[in-house]
Design a protein around this ligand. Structure first.
Ligand SMILES: [Zn+2]
Ligand SMILES: [Zn+2]
Length: 264
């Protein structure tokens, strides 16, 4: 069995339609495809070109559900990748409650107004103590995101490493506290294979944290974070080896927010 749950379409910053992503899943031998377009809601109502607009939720859900009903050989799962912004989880939860989501990914992409993973330029320009501050704030945000209980899966655990700017101080304790919060919230963690195609050349999370996640009994899911149809199962064999090396023997899939384990 092969599943892939973290995938973007034209509804947010993906480059393919839902139908094209389903065709990509078919070609890659993926039997269960989750669509998880970006959903960012801020207190000040700011708009992001890479995010699904709140007023498009109805049509988004309709399209994905219909795609599922009309596709025989691939099961289509309805999801979102929700952006964590402090204090917004309650409102987002209320907004999403009427819809039949199968799973929600909760991700931190922002520290204050800074978009961590947009481009390398700012990271290069920052003094090291500013990088350290962003890393520290990121771990605090991730911990808080888990504690909201809003998501089923925490997205790309150690995202700030993307451009290879690492903290100069040891923040392992902060990262482990975030893992504890994920375990406490009963969430799953993803091996996000996109990292292997970024400057850091490493999946999210790093192998050490995959082992620590396993030690805490955190369920695992292998995801591509695909933005094009050819990527829906990228590096999955490598991810399975990483998971097995960390002690995992199963991963999970979702139906209507219920977790279903299956062999790795
Ligand atoms: Zn993301
Ligand atoms: Zn994503």
């Amino acid at each position: 069995m092969r599943t892939s749950y973290h995938n973007h379409t034209l509804w947010s910053d993906g480059k393919a339609t839902t139908a094209e992503m389903i065709e990509g899943a078919r070609r890659a031998g993926v039997q269960e495809l989750g669509i998880s377009d970006h959903f960012a809601l801020t207190a000040d109502g700011r708009r992001f070109p890479w995010s699904l607009a709140p007023e498009s939720l109805d049509t988004y859900v309709e399209e994905i559900v219909r795609a599922g009903q009309t596709t025989r050989d691939v099961t289509v799962r309805l999801g979102l990748e929700i952006d964590y912004f402090p204090g917004m989880a309650g409102r987002i939860g209320e907004l999403l409650a009427p819809y039949p989501f199968d799973f929600l990914i909760h991700s931190v992409h922002f520290v204050d107004d800074f978009a961590i993973d947009l481009n390398a330029g700012p990271w290069e320009d920052f003094a090291q103590d500013e990088r350290d501050r962003i890393w520290r704030a990121y771990w605090a945000h991730l911990r808080a995101a888990a504690a909201t209980g809003l998501g089923d899966i925490i997205g790309h655990f150690d995202l700030p490493k993307k451009f290879n700017y690492h903290p100069s101080v040891d923040l392992t304790a902060e990262a482990l506290a975030a893992l504890d919060a994920i375990a406490g919230a009963g969430m799953a963690i993803e091996i996000n294979c996109a990292g292997w195609d970024k400057p850091v050349r490493e999946a999210y999370p790093a192998p050490f944290y995959v082992r620590e996640a396993h030690r805490r009994g955190i369920p695992l899911i292998i995801n591509a974070d695909a933005h094009e149809a050819g990527d829906v199962a990228r590096h999955f064999d490598r991810a399975r080896r990483l998971a097995a090396d960390a002690g995992y023997t199963e991963q999970v899939r979702f139906e209507r927010r219920t977790r279903i384990p299956y062999p790795l």
